[in-house]
Design a binder for this molecule. Structure first.
Ligand SMILES: [Zn+2]
Length: 400
């Protein structure tokens, strides 16, 4: 068969048969040129037998600002291995609704822009962009070697709007996000252990988590040999919320007749919750002045630093002494939120002590938490959490 049709380098193996400008864009009809051997799209074997032709409409890159629709004539082949199968086309994936070129373009921009912007850029429907992005992320994840975690870290984060939460579980050694799921109950994380399977469950030595969750019960059920470890990051964050914040508000209320002082205390949240080494030098005098003027704030502030010290001893007896000291100081402080915190912390001593044998970098969870927050802000196009979870997993493939 000889063909006089126009060949352009964009659609290998095809030539333009018709070209039409319509209201919704440029329509290009493509028919196969005859010089190339036919290959099966399933197994790439060369096939001789054509047993039908059909048309598929796909999108390509916009041309001079106009959407481009391709009507492609494809041949159905009789493959010895796959049976009836469509022909292999280098620039078009099997069953795809867009060309490979356009899919790559979309994937490239999805890494940098919210989905809604990519829709505008390409003129594609929201669902189409998301499907392309999802396939790319799933492909990336499928290419990762199977995780063999021995230490896990579990954490929760708030989902968009409302009071819904999600749980993220990572390999504490490689920092790979292994699993993300909605909810923060025992039942919510059960699918993770089903995914992990009994053999990998037996390899787990330690699991770091927040103190006030029910995760520990679920961990004991599936990994009875694993130690539950309470993480410094979470305990200190809890201390900030339940003690420092509370005392700050109480102090501000006590100073209601001294307006300027009251404002200073009210606005000091950031200064008080920050690690001292992260407070800029020019703000330090302000912090010191604030603490000097408010005894209760001073006490809770100092107690925060000595709380952190509880993660430092290397000998159990040193630890026990520091622990008892801290609890006694909390009890004797006569500062109500601090006394309460000490009492609540007491039953968790095993998980805090265990951390000495199973040290984990607390910065990990903090870092991942912050990245998730940024992704959430970027994500004003993620309509369902499954897609968001996929993005989180792909963002933390781990570094073994
Ligand atoms: Zn085949």
């Amino acid at each position: 068969m000889h063909d006089n049709n126009l060949h352009l380098p964009f659609w290998e193996g095809f030539s333009i048969w018709n070209f039409d400008c319509r209201a919704d864009g440029v329509w290009i009809s493509l028919i196969p040129s005859s010089e190339k051997p036919l290959r099966c799209s399933g197994c790439a074997a060369v096939c001789q037998q054509i047993h039908g032709r059909y048309w598929r409409t796909v999108r390509d890159m916009t041309m001079l600002g106009e959407p481009v629709w391709l009507q492609v004539q494809l041949r159905r082949l009789r493959c010895a291995r796959c049976g009836s199968c469509s022909e292999h086309v280098s620039w078009l994936a099997r069953h795809a609704r867009v060309t490979r070129r356009l899919a790559q373009f979309v994937a490239l921009w999805c890494e940098r822009l919210p989905v809604s912007h990519v829709c505008k850029l390409t003129g594609l429907h929201w669902e189409t962009v998301r499907r392309i992005e999802r396939e790319r992320l799933e492909g990336q994840l499928a290419a990762l070697p199977e995780a063999q975690p021995t230490r896990l870290a579990m954490d929760e984060f708030a989902l968009f709007k409302g009071h819904r939460y999600a749980t993220v579980i990572l390999d504490a050694d490689t920092r790979q996000v292994l699993w993300v799921g909605e909810g923060r109950s025992r039942e919510a994380i059960r699918p993770f252990f089903a995914w992990l399977g009994p053999q990998r469950c037996r390899q787990i030595e330690a699991v770091a988590m927040d103190m006030n969750t029910a995760f520990d019960l679920e961990v004991r059920q599936h990994c009875p040999q694993a130690r539950v470890v309470y993480d410094l990051f979470h305990v200190v964050a809890k201390y900030g919320r339940e003690v420092i914040d509370r005392v700050r508000v109480d102090e501000a209320n006590r100073l209601r007749h001294d307006r300027p002082q009251r404002q200073v205390v009210k606005r000091s949240r950031w200064l008080l919750l920050r690690n001292k080494e992260n407070v800029p030098a020019d703000k330090l005098p302000k912090l010191e002045e604030l603490l000097a003027a408010n005894q209760a704030l001073m006490t809770t502030y100092v107690m925060k630093d000595s709380l952190k010290e509880l993660w430092r001893p290397t000998e159990p007896w040193q630890w026990r002494r520091a622990w008892n000291n801290w609890l006694n100081m909390a009890r004797d402080s006569a500062i109500e939120p601090l006394c309460r915190f000490g009492k609540r912390l007491q039953p968790y001593w095993r998980g805090i002590l265990a951390r000495m044998r199973w040290p984990m970098h607390t910065g990990q969870l903090e870092g991942i938490n912050n990245r998730i927050k940024v992704m959430k802000r970027m994500a004003y196009g993620y309509r369902d959490s499954a897609f968001f979870f996929l993005k989180i997993k792909a963002a933390f493939p781990g570094n073994p």
